[in-house]
Design a protein around this ligand. Structure first.
Ligand code: NAP
Length: 213
């Protein structure tokens, strides 16, 4: 049980999840991850933040932010605990997580606890991120892993971060993360079905706009 779960609900501080990802496209694996983490860490809300211009994706082709944002809105519309933010896609220049967290913190009461949720492979690179020390102080990290993920490298990194920065990174295995955006894009290119991998509204949006062909 988490410490603040023992408190009176009136004195309990808010806990927000920030679900960071490219979402190219968003799929059921992301939705199940967000809901599982919301439940495990008793989050009041999970805000999906599609990436703007991520520094580590120079040279990669990423679908227009307008489409990734709209697909994320369609996918999350039925969950009252989920929201989608344009905070990164509206930002000029490269987008760094530290700027997102600082901006988000300005909009919330000071004692709001923030959980930054993303894929384990992204978390593995966290030591290269801008102002990592400050970032680790400002929020808790949750790394979602796929079935079969070999955790030894991430475990080493978690130990290092605990020792050097005094921060904890939580690892959560999500069976539904067997679904991947890369596989969905490849399936569409190969004219194979994506039914039941993404919400129907997202599937229709992809077809209507001829994405990933
Ligand atoms: P990515 O390299 O596209 O994805 C890495 C892995 O994580 C993929 O397997 C991906 O699966 C999975 N993944 C991504 N987002 C996820 C989520 N929310 N939940 C569960 N699994 C997820 O990583 P990315 O999407 O570009 O970056 C992830 C986050 O880290 C973003 O918010 C990004 O801004 C942040 N980031 C910040 C910095 C920085 O501040 N310097 C640097 C790098 C990344 P799918 O392909 O199936 O999604």
């Amino acid at each position: 049980m988490l410490d603040s779960d023992k408190c009176d609900t009136k004195t309990r501080v808010s806990r927000y999840g920030i679900m960071g990802g490219t979402f190219d496209p968003v799929h059921y694996g992301h939705l199940v991850t967000a809901e599982a983490v919301r439940d495990e860490f008793k989050l009041d809300k999970v805000v999906f933040v599609p990436t703007g211009k991520p520094p580590h994706k120079k040279g990669y082709k990423v679908t227009d932010a307008k489409h990734r944002y709209l697909m994320t809105v369609l996918a999350t519309v039925t969950n009252p605990f989920f929201e989608v933010s344009r905070i990164e896609i509206d930002r000029e220049g490269y987008t760094y997580t530290i700027d997102t967290i600082l901006e988000f913190k300005k909009m919330q009461p000071e004692d709001t606890k923030i959980y930054f949720i993303t894929g384990a492979d992204a978390v593995l690179e966290i030591l290269t991120w801008k102002k990592v020390g400050e970032l680790l102080r400002l929020c808790n990290f949750v790394a979602a892993t796929r079935p079969g993920y070999e955790p030894s490298q991430l475990n080493e990194m978690i130990k290092y971060v605990e020792k050097v920065h005094g921060s904890t990174i939580h690892m959560v295995e999500v069976p539904a993360m067997a679904i991947s955006s890369t596989d969905i894009r490849n399936r569409i290119k190969a004219n194979r079905p994506i039914k039941y991998l993404v919400p129907e509204s997202v599937e229709y949006y992809i077809m209507k706009n001829g994405l990933y062909r």
